[in-house]
Ligand binder design. Sequence first.
Ligand SMILES: [Zn+2]
Ligand SMILES: [Zn+2]
Length: 92
Amino acid sequence: MTDLKTCELCSRQLPLTFHHLIPKSCHTNKWFKKHYTAFEMKHNGINICRSCHNYIHKRFTEKQLGRDLNTLEALLQQPEMVKYIQWAKKQH
Ligand SMILES: [Zn+2]
Ligand SMILES: [Zn+2]
């Protein structure tokens, strides 16, 4: 059974993967431990397609993602993301 849901970034109907808004590599970092609980770090995430997932990890470092882009809104406001999403929506 394939369960196609809507990607939270590009809004396409594709198999989704879970993206940790605070990447796993940051979970043991002092700064993050001070600002977030282990529960938040583990469960705060978005469901996005493979292609969006690859893009954000190629485009941004884990620190950038964890510190500055740890909400869906923040990600969607990045000029690079806006451009990428416009492009992704035209793909099949
Ligand atoms: Zn997507
Ligand atoms: Zn991810």
